[in-house]
Write a protein that binds this ligand. Structure first.
Ligand code: SF4
Length: 269
């Protein structure tokens, strides 16, 4: 059996080339590039034939088999999604639903679509760290509206247990990033539909919505002559009722990693 190099063009040959958009990407070629990048699997295109995939050789089949190695907790979350009435849940979650029985979740200004199998589709790159928090959010047993009251991470339910990790993986690295890139936080407002606000002693305070009813407030104060810089991430009081603390941590740690990549790409450009 041949074992060709994995490239978008190589994969393109086995697609129908109809650009139908059912894979949530604008073209078959974009789909192939996403498969090569590990952002989509063959299962995301309903028109591919198994024999054509098999003809491409073991490297490519193994790539598609990664789905079977997915963490068990994700599979459990996907099963829970099947029991949700999207029409009824959408307004409670701050999402929208459509006649195709899909739920549209806004994360940082980007649309993610959840289907009844719990699979997430998006035109933008689906980032693994956002996948579990979206499904956790959608399936969370309780849900309340945004309160407008900001509290610290440790005040969230279960926050004390995760505080050390949250400080070392989220607040500290983000503070270092802001120290080294003075414009980063204002750039994030434009990039992720954030909103600037006024906060006591902060030079810049911005509100982001990683999930519809999970608002976070990032407050940064630059170093002064005698004092070092400070950065604190606050949460709306509703966050503890709408998402498990572990998912809140995962979401914030993923965000900070993404901000680091953005800052690095700015440096390199
Ligand atoms: S679903 Fe398949 S056929 Fe349709 S655009 Fe995507 S890759 Fe092409």
């Amino acid at each position: 059996m041949t074992n060709p190099k994995l490239t978008p063009l190589n994969l393109y040959k086995i697609t129908p080339r109809t650009n139908c958009g059912q894979c949530f990407l604008p073209s078959c070629l974009a789909f192939c590039a996403a498969v090569v990048a590990g952002q989509k699997t063959f299962a995301d295109c309903p028109h591919l034939r198994q024999e054509d995939i098999a003809s491409l050789g073991p490297i490519i089949q193994n790539r598609d088999n990664r789905d079977s190695a997915r963490p068990e907790f994700l599979e459990k979350l996907e099963k829970k999604v099947a029991n949700i009435d999207f029409q009824r849940a959408a307004p409670i979650l701050g999402c929208t639903s459509d006649q195709n029985n899909q739920l549209h979740v806004n994360s940082l200004g980007k649309k993610f679509t959840v289907d009844k199998q719990g699979k997430i589709h998006s035109e933008c790159h689906i980032i693994s760290w956002v996948q579990a928090p979206i499904l956790s959010y959608v399936t969370h047993p309780t849900h309340i509206d945004i309160t407008g009251n900001w509290i610290s991470f440790r005040e969230l339910k279960g926050g004390i247990d995760w505080q050390g990790l949250f400080t070392s993986r989220c607040e500290k690295p983000l503070r270092s990033l802001a120290d080294a890139n003075p414009d980063l936080l204002t750039d994030l407002i434009d990039l992720f539909m954030g909103k600037e606000t006024i906060w006591y002693k902060a030079d810049i305070a911005l509100i982001l919505h990683p999930l519809p009813h999970i608002p976070i407030l990032i407050c940064y104060q630059a170093a002064d002559e005698d004092l070092g810089s400070e950065l604190t991430i606050f949460f709306d009081e509703c966050c503890g009722a709408n998402l498990h603390i572990k998912s809140i941590y995962t979401l914030c740690a993923g965000l900070v990693k993404m901000f680091e990549q953005i800052a690095a790409s700015h440096h390199n450009s």
